[in-house]
Design a protein around this ligand. Structure first.
Ligand code: COA
Ligand code: AMP
Length: 723
């Protein structure tokens, strides 16, 4: 207790000094001294203690408990009244906001930036003298952790719950208040500093969905370092590639992750990755999970989080420049080269905070749940940063939509934590529908507090949309964005009065700040209903990526060369005459697997590691659950003496080992030829359309037209393609 008290006093002291320095600016510009504590929504925990609760599911399988009566029809599939629809306003607020962000971007974003606490106010809102590298809030200094955590404590909301960890895989729930989060991040920040991490250094985070992963992100931000979180479903080799690329000084890792039916040995994968990589992180801080075996630590290199963090003195927030990077996030491009998106601190904080109310309709103090993983951009933005910046309680869910223990889990979480709105992917929802097509589990739960279901990551199919609307009894609102952008490019803006029953298939209207155009192949702006590349007129708004890590030229070539003056999203789509955008498909060789981008080239490189393949192509095959799954078309070397079956099985396990289970690579076929153009480019998109039974046109420049027939026959023989 004494330690906690001392640490809070120390943080408070530092803060007082800081306030003294910046009092006039802060007072006049931000009204910092006038605020009152907000009302937490029945979420106080006992002071000073992190609350750990073992729980038993509130209800059993369908039929064992009283069903909650809901408005509208039950189970029959008919359309019904949905909460929220009656309250839709006209689009005028949306339109005036969009116009203001377009016509007077500096004024618009300066107003939004007032919601963030700056250690030093910006000198200029936007410097777009180089349109490809716009600088937002030039001269401004802030700290994202300060805004996400300390600010709420100082405002008197320290006892409000910042984070709820709901973990069906460990059968526990835990609540962490803003004060507790402040204490933990401040202590871990000290450990980082004591182990040589300085402003601008990279810290890799390799952890499952536990509160410590959020603490790790925030602590890194607190000291002005740059985090790079790696999703647990990636194997050691992928982790090693990131070590060599980002050159982290330190790694924050958990002992294990718990997947249904197996334990993921994070520490073992970390050790293997460090063995493989040329760059060796100086230190690794290992968090040992309760009730799990503690891994062996490597002397000199590894520290035990459970010892060093509680013993550390808190460290204050380090001011960083608005354009200093907050994090790197790796994503798939069309080459196998690592591609890390760089996120600027200032614009990100401003934009993300703005979205919580204006797009997602959430007030501070309400509970929000993004059912994704911290390793993806959705997790970065909407499990960690945006809800905390806005003073919401964020749910960190360590479980699956199904099987932990049943397809009612999502509904149980919404009920147990009074969630007001959630964000997830169609894949996760389809997994529920597959196991509970009638929504029998859903009716066990009371979703009185639940207002909106937001989805993103991939196309939302009509069946999924209707099922969700019926069983979540809330508007189902799609939004479209990318790792590069960190927030939605198009959305249905709940807070700006957009229609909550938009036309199906649309991902919404352009979000204020995103000047979306549909371009033809020569860069001409297309008319409504014409299909083209979706592009965004420059400059990009605050929060969008500022470059690719140590690859400015690649950044310029990849995203801005094809359509000068625009950001090329590499997605294809169209507008309708009411201004709604429809996202159809990727325009490059990237496969979207369960809402995650996997490059064809990365899978092809992994296939080649098996050793018997001379050439291959990976294409995306339609999948009822995951949207698409990859399939490999492989040409074998001449002197191979194994059976095809044996080779395919080896290829599948090689890819799993090289990329990780996240690639969901389970199918390969042996072919004699690959369809190519005369220039030698493999026509992956055309083959994919053929394999998926979609209309396709064989390019006139094809080298050997019979290659298509050969691939078709091979896919049919394996039952992958229907005759
Ligand atoms: N650490 C280690 N392994 C992981 C992992 C993690 N954090 N997450 C997933 N994996 C593994 C899984 O165990 C699985 O391994 P397996 O091949 O041995 O079964 C593999 O990676 C594929 O995982 P996943 O795609 O999650 O498939 P699944 O069959 O386990 O689960 C769903 C299916 C629908 C539950 C899952 O795909 C899902 O929830 N998707 C949502 C995607 C999402 O949130 N997208 C973000 C965009 S909004
Ligand atoms: P990622 O960067 O991994 O989040 O993937 C971004 C890609 O996912 C986009 O470029 C789209 O191809 C796809 N995507 C994201 N959201 C949607 C959506 N709402 N509808 C259709 N595709 C989407």
């Amino acid at each position: 207790m004494l330690l906690i008290f001392r640490s809070l006093c120390q943080t408070h002291l530092h803060f007082k000094m800081l306030m003294k320095m910046h009092r006039p600016i802060l007072k006049n510009a931000f009204g910092l001294f006038r605020s009152r504590p907000r009302r937490c929504l029945n979420l106080h925990t006992q002071q000073g203690e992190r609350q750990l609760v073992r729980f038993t599911p509130a209800v059993g399988p369908p039929g064992t408990t009283t069903r909650f009566q809901r408005s509208g029809s039950h189970g029959g599939g008919s359309r019904q009244t949905v909460r929220g629809l009656g309250s839709t306003a006209s689009d005028s607020l949306y339109q005036s906001t969009f116009d203001k962000a377009l016509d007077n971007a500096s004024e618009f974003w300066a107003e939004q930036a007032e919601q963030i606490v700056w250690f030093k106010r910006w000198d200029k809102v936007l410097d777009d003298s180089d349109l490809l590298f716009p600088k937002w809030f030039v001269g401004g200094e802030l700290n994202t952790c300060y805004n996400a955590v300390d600010h709420h404590v100082i405002e008197g909301n320290g006892d409000c719950v910042a984070l709820i960890h709901d973990s069906p895989v460990t059968n526990s729930q835990e609540k962490v208040t803003f004060s507790q989060l402040q204490e933990q991040t401040a202590k871990l920040a000290r450990v980082l500093i004591d182990n040589g991490v300085q402003k601008g250094d990279r810290v890799v985070i390799y952890m499952p969905m536990i509160p410590e992963a959020v603490v790790a992100m925030l602590a890194t931000a607190r000291v002005g370092a740059i985090h790079s979180l790696v999703f647990g479903g990636f194997a050691s080799k992928e982790l090693a590639v990131r070590f060599d690329h980002a050159k982290p000084k330190l790694v924050l890792c958990a002992s294990v992750g718990l997947e249904p039916g197996r334990i993921v040995d994070y520490k073992k994968m970390l050790d293997a990755a460090i063995d493989m990589s040329e760059h060796k992180p100086h230190k690794c801080v290992i968090y040992n999970r309760p009730n799990q075996e503690n891994p062996m630590l490597i002397p000199e290199r590894d520290l035990n989080w459970n010892d060093v963090v509680p013993a550390a003195k808190p460290h204050d927030c380090v001011p960083v420049s608005a354009n200093d990077p907050l994090y790197l996030l790796y994503t798939s491009g069309t080459t196998g080269m690592p591609k890390a998106v760089v996120r600027p601190s200032g614009g990100h904080a401003v934009a993300l905070k703005w979205t919580m109310k204006n797009i997602y309709g959430l007030n501070p103090g309400e509970v929000w749940w993004a059912a994704s993983d911290l390793g993806w951009v959705v997790g970065h933005s909407y499990i960690c940063y945006a809800p905390l910046l806005n003073g919401n309680t964020t749910v960190v869910y360590e479980g699956k939509p199904v099987g932990t223990p049943d397809p009612g889990s999502f509904f149980r979480v919404l009920q147990d934590h009074n969630v007001a709105a959630m964000f997830t992917s169609p894949t996760a929802l389809r997994a529920i529908i597959k196991e509970d097509s009638k929504g029998a589990y859903a009716y066990n739960y009371n979703l009185e507090k639940f207002r909106y279901l937001f989805v993103a990551g991939e196309h939302l199919d009509l069946e999924c949309f209707h099922w969700c609307k019926q069983h979540f009894q809330a508007p189902v609102l799609d939004n479209w964005w990318q790792t590069e952008t960190s927030w939605a490019i198009t959305a249905h803006h709940v807070g700006l009065g957009n229609n909550l029953s938009p036309p199906h298939g649309s991902t919404g209207k352009p979000v204020p700040g995103w000047n979306v155009k549909i371009l033809g192949s020569d860069g001409e702006v297309l008319k409504p209903d014409e299909l083209g590349t979706i592009a965004v007129k420059l400059p990009l708004p605050p929060g969008a990526f500022s470059t690719l890590w140590e690859a400015d030229d690649r950044f310029k070539d990849l995203y801005f060369k094809k359509f000068p003056g625009y950001y090329n999203t590499m997605d294809a789509g169209s507008y309708d005459s009411d201004g709604y955008v429809y996202v159809k498909s990727r325009a490059d060789d990237v496969i979207n697997v369960a809402g995650h981008r996997i490059a064809s080239s990365a899978i092809e490189e992994a296939i080649m590691l098996q050793g018997d393949v001379v050439e291959c192509a990976a294409i995306g095959l339609k999948d009822a659950l995951k949207g698409h799954v990859p399939v490999g078309l492989c040409i074998l070397k001449k002197d191979v003496d194994k059976t095809d079956k044996q080779i395919i099985s080896e290829i599948v396990s090689t890819v799993r080992e090289a990329i990780g289970p996240v690639a969901a690579f389970k199918k390969a076929v042996i072919v004699n030829k690959l369809p190519k153009t005369r220039a030698g480019k493999i026509s992956r998109q055309t083959v994919a359309s053929m394999a998926n039974g979609e209309p396709f046109k064989i390019p006139a420049t094809t080298e050997d037209f019979t290659a298509y027939d050969m691939v078709k026959a091979a896919l049919q023989a394996e039952g992958i393609m229907k005759c």
